[in-house]
Design a protein around this ligand. Structure first.
Ligand code: UD1
Length: 380
């Protein structure tokens, strides 16, 4: 069925790939900028499939309906990567795209880049060169390998170029264009949903009064934080302490919800009166939650950048970051999950407002236009 659809696609498109939630806010501005100048097609691998993890994002970000949906769904890393490859290969063979454009660092990114490279189709990687130097992170493997396969690499911060050069990527392939995710943020910021509205929608009036005079937002989904029960238990006792200082709004990622259920820890969480849990929220909702928060606690990559762009203090619940500019210039502090460290930074933010931060170079809402310029020259 999908192969038939692929055969019907015009030949020689720039084939854009999305799969998981953090891809959507990156692909939207790229496709909008390129529309009309390059023939485009869109493949969704189906790595994320819940309405709240994808459909909502397509609607809110105005992403066109995918031409092809590989409907791969969930599985172990190797299974998922292999399955995407097996399903993407015949699509590429039937559609013969001029190039395949991938974003970010999820399993869909490396799987589709690898297929394209093996089919001798040029790979374009947006958000290249970020490194946490932590190979225990699945995304780090995806980043390193995708960058080795890419013919054209677009970077979001200057250190990315140094990382790529060190790994032998030819300099003329690297283009520092800024951050497409911030293109989306600046475009949609004025449409962000008010936190009160989000609480009302998902919890009735529970939490509305408590959060009215300030709240923190928490997101958590890294395997290293949620898959191991003792670690997750430790994070929940930290959360208890955080919530005694400031109410916490916590949209719970499906991976985390599953881990809480499996370990029985969901009961402890439900008893925390200062923590307001809800299912994953849409893009405009998350933007609204971050925009008005006193601070954000997260292990997400994207939110470290979004909080820097919004000027909201961010505590990163990981031991490292692949986005060092958010620490050096932005509002981010990388703490890990040790309670004394997190609470010390939290107390400082609550007392002083935290690091002031500044907007990093080229995070100006025009990254996708720069990509369009480079691509125009490259295609010619
Ligand atoms: C993936 C990315 C991660 C990104 C995150 C954002 C990789 C290696 N990881 O992690 O970099 O930060 O997306 O969310 O690609 N699930 C659902 N519904 C969905 C999707 C997932 O219930 O629509 C559940 C399933 O139980 C699944 C689990 O979440 O097994 C994990 O999903 P998966 O796509 O494997 O990884 P994420 O943890 O979401």
């Amino acid at each position: 069925m999908e192969i038939k659809r692929a055969m019907n696609l015009p030949k020689g498109t720039l084939m854009c790939v999305v799969g998981a939630r953090p891809n959507f806010m990156k692909i939207a501005p790229i496709m909008a900028a390129l529309e009309g100048s390059v023939p485009l097609s869109l493949v969704h691998t189906g790595q994320h499939y819940d309405t709240r993890m994808q459909t909502l994002f397509f609607q809110q970000l105005g992403i066109p309906e995918p031409d092809i949906n590989l409907e791969v769904g969930s599985g172990s890393h190797s299974w998922q990567t292999a399955e995407i490859m097996q399903r993407f290969e015949p699509v590429v063979e039937a559609a013969t795209p001029a190039a395949v454009l991938v974003v970010g660092d999820v399993n869909s990114t490396i799987a589709c880049a690898l297929v394209a490279a093996k089919e001798q189709i040029p790979v374009i990687h947006v958000e290249a060169g970020l490194r946490s130097f932590d190979r225990s992170m699945p995304e780090e493997i995806n980043r390193v390998l995708t960058d080795q396969l890419a013919r054209l690499l677009f970077t979001t911060e200057r250190t990315a170029r140094d990382n790529l050069l060190r790994e032998g990527v030819e300099e003329h392939r690297i283009h520092f264009v800024g951050n497409v995710m911030i293109d989306s943020l600046l475009k949609h910021r004025s449409k962000a949903v008010a936190p009160r509205e989000i609480l009302l929608r998902s919890k009735g009036d529970v939490g509305v009064d408590a959060c009215a005079s300030g709240y923190a937002v928490l997101t958590l989904h890294r395997p290293a934080n949620v898959d191991d029960t003792p670690t997750l238990r430790g994070i929940l006792s930290l959360l208890q302490e955080v919530s005694e200082r400031i109410p916490v709004i916590f949209p719970v990622h499906p991976r985390t919800a599953a881990a809480l259920e499996r370990s029985g820890l969901h009961q402890a969480l439900e008893q925390m009166s200062g923590v307001f849990c809800m299912p994953p929220v849409g893009y405009l909702e998350m933007l609204g939650l971050m925009n008005k928060a006193r601070l954000v606690l997260t292990d997400s990559g994207g939110m470290q950048e979004e909080t820097t762009a919004l000027g909201i203090p961010c505590i990163t619940l990981r031991d490292n970051t692949e986005r060092p500019i958010t620490v050096e210039e932005g509002t981010n502090t990388v703490t890990g999950v040790a309670p004394e460290r997190v609470l010390a930074v939290l107390d400082d933010i609550l007392a002083t407002g935290g690091k002031a931060g500044r907007i990093p170079e080229l995070w100006d809402g025009r990254a996708s236009l720069r990509i369009k310029e480079v691509l125009g020259d490259w295609i010619r």
